[in-house]
Design a protein around this ligand. Structure first.
Ligand code: UFG
Length: 342
């Protein structure tokens, strides 16, 4: 049987590169498209080294309809995993138009071209941010979405709605939105991982950079929340586990069984971990110190959120496998690789 091919937009990014690796390991052909605006060709090199496959790479901005159209004509793929998007929550508040322009235009271009050229399957990178401050934890896919708290979150909600409506209207188009919880860690080979440009905005890159001495001190945003230790609670999902969820979603759409044309899945571990707990575990597992201090709350942070991943467990046959300790060890191994410490 001919191999199925998957276009991975944003495939030079953090989650995209890990997903490319898992797709190839599962027997798919992969084409990576990325505009390299917030990513690095070294990630593509890393994918090639891990898999031993000379994965095709095209530098394309998905907002450029002409260029994207050429890519669609050049390669034969049935499925698209669409990662390409701007993702800094804070920046989106200050530059909302950039976020609406980038995230909506690129998504519309991809879906329109899929329809025009008869490509049936798309996986969309959504986020637990669509739930906002939910009334109860853990959240299931039936938990009502609350109004988004940032333009970034708004774009995730909007793209989910566009996808739902498009698959309802157009015969032959299928879509799965994966709502990621907090992706962390790096590939066990330490050849690919997260590479924030400038000051890290997310917790784990800040932790690893502090442990490596690049940052002086980690600020923990609040210890007076109504949680057991006062710090926020999140569901930290290993990036390789998250990558495998995409393979499961592609498999489901490529299989012949009858199913709903638009589906949504939570991709998390089902376990909530506090910020203080995460920092403590990182120190213990890796035998390093992370200087930290408690500061005031960060605007827009929700108190606590973690996933009920039952639907993905049952329907996709996917579950998170790596332990928090393994993931925190991989994050540190990657940081050391980046710093040339080992
Ligand atoms: N935190 C700190 N200090 C830091 C950074 C973060 O204490 O220097 C805390 C935050 O207050 C929060 C937790 O660590 O309680 C996690 O924060 P992140 O910034 O890593 O992630 P968020 O939970 O804020 O999630 C956001 C978006 C998601 C997106 C995710 C990853 O809401 O949609 O970032 O980009 F997927």
């Amino acid at each position: 049987m001919e191999k199925q091919c998957v276009l991975v937009t944003g495939g030079a990014g953090y989650i995209g590169s890990h997903t490319a690796v898992e797709l190839i390991a599962a027997g798919y052909d992969v084409v990576i498209a990325d505009d390299l605006s917030n990513s690095d060709l070294r990630a593509v090199e890393g994918v090639r080294r891990i898999t031993g496959v000379e994965v095709p790479f095209e530098q394309v901005d998905c907002c450029d309809r002409e260029a994207l159209g050429r890519l669609f004509r050049q390669y034969r793929f049935d499925s698209v995993i669409h990662f390409a998007a701007s993702k800094a929550v804070g920046e989106s508040v200050h530059e909302p138009l950039k976020y609406y322009r980038n995230n909506l235009t690129s998504f519309l271009n991809v879906v329109e071209l899929m329809r025009a050229t008869g490509r049936p399957n798309i996986v969309f990178s959504s986020s637990c941010t669509v739930y906002g401050e939910a009334d109860a934890q853990p959240v299931t896919e039936r938990t009502p979405r609350k109004p988004a708290t940032s333009p970034y979150g708004n774009t995730k909600q909007m793209c989910e709605d566009v996808l739902r409506d498009a698959v309802a209207a157009y015969e032959g188009l299928r879509g799965i939105a994966l709502r990621y919880f907090n992706p962390i860690g790096a590939h066990p080979s330490a050849l690919i991982g997260e590479q924030p440009q400038g000051m890290p905005q997310n917790l784990v890159p800040y932790v690893t950079q502090t442990a490596a001495g690049i940052r002086e001190c980690l600020s923990i945003f609040g210890d007076d929340y109504p949680t057991p230790d006062g710090s926020n609670i999140r569901d930290y999902i290993d990036v390789t586990d998250l990558a495998r969820a995409h393979v499961a979603a592609i498999r489901r759409m490529c299989g012949g069984a009858r199913r709903a044309d638009y589906e949504v899945f939570n991709i998390g571990t089902g376990r909530g971990v506090s910020v203080l707990e995460l920092v403590r575990r990182f120190e213990q597992v890796n035998g390093v110190k992370v200087n930290h201090r408690i500061v005031g709350r960060r605007e827009g942070d929700i108190v606590a959120i973690w996933a009920d991943p039952t639907l993905a467990n049952e329907v996709l046959g996917w579950r998170a496998e790596r332990t928090l300790d393994q993931t925190l060890a991989s994050a540190w191994a990657w940081q050391k690789h980046l710093c040339g410490m080992e």
